[in-house]
Design a protein around this ligand. Structure first.
Ligand SMILES: Nc1ncnc2c1ncn2[C@@H]1O[C@H](COP(=O)(O)OP(=O)(O)OP(=O)(O)O)[C@@H](O)[C@H]1O
Ligand SMILES: [Mg+2]
Length: 272
């Protein structure tokens, strides 16, 4: 996906533009002594476009994209974790100019509890030091961190980013725009993205994509490649049922878990 395929808030657009200008004018910035730039943290719930925006940015700037999930380089041997962090930053420096994208940033840089192991603190300190040691101006590496849990992020890690960009769940107008983009190449009779946007409060861009995929597959099951607005409305309902399943506690013995027992035809009223 390119930046043009993404629906961004004004704030996100502004920050991305600033970052692109900073990269373009990095020599000027170095000349006037502004070195603390090029470290940016994306904060927001899953599916709001943090990874996609970062990739699109790399594409737009024709830069290599180095992506790591911090949880994947976290070893049960904490000495290894520190080494992996160092290696990651070395790779980025070698590939520079590039974008280094560190996902699940909170998984290491968690607010440290006093009872935690000294080795874990060393791993976190290695990460913090690596962030300090990397620079857009000197190394031509842009660092983008992403987190779903800003509350769990260590204050020292938070301080190291010069820009924080919020990735909120899209509002109604944004959802309608995202729906228009997702459906651009689909044939949908009586398509009304505004109505679908009204029905999908709280859903993310990624959720909307899943809804449309479901609608397409349901239609295909009926040998149709042309969709209708109703197909999409049905898919929204199905998505919500799926979401309810996710939130259900599998260990409680409520009767909603029993197959075939769902109808009121048994003369048995359920209260969900
Ligand atoms: N603002 C948006 N505009 C258009 N599409 C979006 C938007 N947000 C999300 N999407 C769609 O959802 C997909 C998933 O988004 P992405 O993986 O970038 O989310 P994320 O914020 O990185 O989530 P996670 O925190 O789970 O890693 C994207 O590929 C895109 O298709
Ligand atoms: Mg992501």
């Amino acid at each position: 996906m390119t930046l043009g395929d993404l629906v961004l808030t004004g704030d996100q657009e502004g920050e991305i533009k600033k970052l692109m200008k900073a990269i373009e004018h990095r020599e000027y910035l170095a000349d006037i002594g502004l070195r603390e730039i090029g470290k940016i943290l994306f904060v927001g719930p899953p599916g709001t476009g943090k990874t996609t925006v970062s990739r699109a940015l790399a594409h737009e700037l024709s830069l290599p994209f180095v992506e790591v999930k911090l949880s994947m380089i976290t070893s049960q041997y904490l000495g290894e974790t520190a080494k992996n962090v160092e290696k990651t930053f070395e790779v980025a420096k070698r590939l520079s100019p590039c974008i280094l994208f560190i996902d699940e940033f909170d998984s290491v840089a968690k607010t440290r509890r006093s009872d935690e192991h000294a080795a874990l603190k060393r791993a976190v300190n290695t990460l913090l030091k690596s962030i300090d040691d990397i620079s857009l101006i000197r190394d031509e590496v842009i660092l983008i961190g992403a987190t779903n849990h800003p509350d769990q992020l260590d204050a020292a890690a938070w301080r190291r980013f010069d820009e924080i960009v919020n990735f909120p769940r899209p509002d109604e107008a944004m959802r309608a725009d995202i729906l228009r983009i997702i459906t651009e190449r689909m044939e949908i009779a009586e398509f009304d993205p505004v109505e679908v946007a009204e029905l999908t409060q709280g859903l993310t861009g990624s959720d909307l994509r899943m809804v449309l995929r479901e609608a397409v597959l349901e239609a295909l099951a009926e040998e149709r490649t042309a969709l209708t607005q109703q197909d999409i409305v049905n898919a929204v309902e199905e998505f919500e049922e799926r979401d309810n399943l996710k939130n259900m506690n599998m260990m409680d013995d409520s009767d909603q878990m029993i197959a075939g027992d769902g109808g009121d035809s048994h003369g048995h009223t359920h209260q969900h």
